[in-house]
Design a protein around this ligand. Structure first.
Ligand SMILES: [Zn+2]
Length: 111
């Protein structure tokens, strides 16, 4: 085996071991080393998204009308609010400005 072919084989092995660059350390998910996460439905487009990848938004909604509730609250009434959990896929979350597109530098910043 000549020196050149030996060098080329070594280079080939080195390239084979190369990994593709990762855009995000977590792969855009929050599951960590867990295997599979359950699927949830996007509240906007209806897509099936893994729970670790979806964005959860919690809203508290009052069942009483705002103007009526304001008058009754002034008289000392108390209303319970209904908690509404919604999941959004990433594209819908970006569209609704729940998450923002970040540059490469800010993506790799540690908080
Ligand atoms: Zn969606």
């Amino acid at each position: 085996m000549s020196q050149l072919t030996f060098y080329l084989i070594q280079l080939y092995i080195k390239w084979g071991k190369r990994k593709m660059p990762k855009k995000r350390k977590s792969g855009g998910r929050s599951k960590g080393s867990k295997g599979r996460s359950k699927m949830v439905q996007c509240g906007s487009c209806g897509a099936q998204v893994p729970r670790g990848k979806a964005k959860r938004v919690t809203q508290y909604k009052s069942l009483v009308d705002w103007s009526l509730g304001k008058e009754l609250r002034a008289q000392g009434a108390y209303f319970t609010r209904q908690r509404v959990d919604k999941y959004y896929c990433i594209s819908c979350a970006v569209h609704r400005r729940i998450v923002k597109v970040r540059s490469k530098i800010t993506r790799h910043q540690k908080y």
